[in-house]
Design a protein around this ligand. Structure first.
Ligand code: GLN
Length: 453
């Protein structure tokens, strides 16, 4: 049914870069047989899933939305994919994204943008717009995203779906094409909070292949989502990320959701995190710095594309590398590589990268102080509903500003979840409610999210 749905609507939505009907059907049949034999491997066995194209899938193309990796077929599975397969989830295919996960609209994909199923002239957010659009358009009941600065939560917000970024280290990064290694985290894109918790349980947990993986059991996320209990819980509204600067309709739905939590027995407190206002600036130095280093491996020798420079008879390795990186990377990727190498260069390191790291520490301290006063923190997920394709494409600053509410969680490594809060009055488009919990207490955000459904 999902393959039929993809065939019917993906021409318009363009959520997928690659669909694997044979592989998905074979896995689905196997899950059916196991269920018939009473040997189901998990609660989600047989439920199909779409995977963001930044995650390595053995035998299936993995491009990270870039020409640089066109035609690359990974010889191995990411750990989270191994876990999906082991739990019996058929993989429908790979979803569209901004190139190397840089962006907030999927418009930086080398393969053309995805469209928001609510209004095809609008973006489904980014970078993982393909995964959220697939879920919103009923092309897949579940999807995998990655969130470095909001790429699971912001697309969820503007497509009326659920997205969860686990605690840093909660889901193995082995087999993810790294954007910024200290910020990257994979997680679920779903239509309900309970679905997200079930998927989190499948992909989460310790992995020896990732040195930053947390060596502890997955927090009790499914239990918390089932109980959906907020009685006596202190909900902290972050003063700096709500109100001013947020679309009135988004803010209104946010406040109504808050009232719902009060009706269910929670207590609302206001918290102040003054350094969050510097979050965006710090992020857009730390991310390009790490990305410029991670992307150095695309050297025309090891993976994917290789381009020979025009009019050179026997080009040097350096000339081939330069020609390949010129042809293979899009403008946004080049912009960030230049920014990152500049911020890391001697003489500028202390002024830029060093300063940004200090801000990062202050943000973590603001979180720690806020979590003394509140059990979870909340805000709207994104400042606006889905914007029109093309609207922010030529204005990187406007694009970056989308991430103002989601970035602090990545800088501090804390988990965050976005779920729909309703449709904004101005445009009838979905708005998102974000819940942030202390590190390793992911279950708290699932409990609060489920109480709102
Ligand atoms: N919009 C952010 C960026 O462009 C988010 C990226 C992400 O989470 N992958 O960096």
């Amino acid at each position: 049914a999902h393959l039929d749905r993809i065939a019917a609507v993906d021409g318009d939505v363009h959520a997928f870069l690659h669909v694997d009907p044979e592989g998905a059907l074979a896995a689905a049949r196997q899950a059916d047989e196991q269920r018939a034999a009473g040997e189901s491997r998990s609660a989600l066995a047989g439920v199909p899933i779409a995977v963001k194209d930044v995650v390595a899938t053995q035998g299936q193309p993995t491009t990270a939305g870039s020409k640089m990796l066109q035609g690359w077929i990974p010889p191995y599975d990411a750990t989270l994919v191994t876990r999906l397969r082991a739990a019996g989830l058929p993989i429908l295919g790979k979803t569209n994204m901004d190139e190397f996960a840089m962006g907030s609209s999927t418009e930086h994909s080398a393969y053309g943008p995805s469209h928001n199923p609510w209004d095809l002239e609008r973006t489904p957010g980014g970078s993982g717009g393909g995964s959220s659009a697939a879920v919103a358009a009923f092309e897949a009941p579940l999807a995998i995203g990655t969130d470095t600065g909001g790429s699971i939560r912001q697309p969820a917000s503007v497509t009326g779906t659920v997205g969860a970024k686990p605690t840093y280290g909660g889901v193995s990064r082995y087999g993810l094409i790294a954007l910024a290694s200290s910020l990257d985290q994979a997680g679920p894109c779903t239509r309900s909070v309970l679905d997200a918790a079930l998927l989190h349980e499948v992909i989460g947990g310790h992995d020896v292949m990732d040195s930053t993986s947390i060596d502890a059991p997955v927090p009790p996320v499914v239990d918390a989502a089932r109980k959906a209990d907020v009685k006596g819980l202190r909900i902290g509204v972050i003063k700096e990320i709500s109100g001013e600067g947020f679309q009135p309709g988004v803010q209104k739905r946010f406040e109504e959701s808050l009232q719902l939590l009060v009706d269910r027995g929670a207590e609302v407190v206001e918290v102040s995190c003054p350094t969050f206002e510097q979050g965006l600036a710090a992020y857009y130095l730390i991310l390009p710095s790490e990305a410029s280093s991670n992307l150095a491996k695309f050297d025309a020798m090891r993976y994917g594309l290789r381009v020979s420079p025009d009019g050179v008879d026997s080009p040097s390795a350096e000339q081939v590398m330069a020609a390949t990186r010129d042809a293979g990377f899009g403008d946004e990727v080049k912009r960030r590589i230049i920014l990152g190498t500049y911020a890391l260069s001697s003489g500028y390191y202390d002024a830029y990268y060093g300063q940004a790291q200090k801000v990062r520490t202050l943000i973590a301290r603001d979180f720690a102080a806020a979590f003394e006063k509140a059990d979870v923190l909340v805000s709207p997920t994104a400042p606006t509903t889905a914007f029109k394709l093309g609207d922010k494409l030529d204005d990187p600053m406007a694009m970056y500003l989308n991430d103002v509410a989601t970035i602090p969680a990545n800088l501090a490594g804390v988990p965050g979840l976005s779920l729909p809060s309703g449709l904004a009055d101005e445009d009838g488009l979905p708005a998102g409610f974000q819940i942030l919990a202390p590190a390793a207490k992911d279950h708290l955000m699932y409990g609060v999210g489920a109480a709102l459904e």
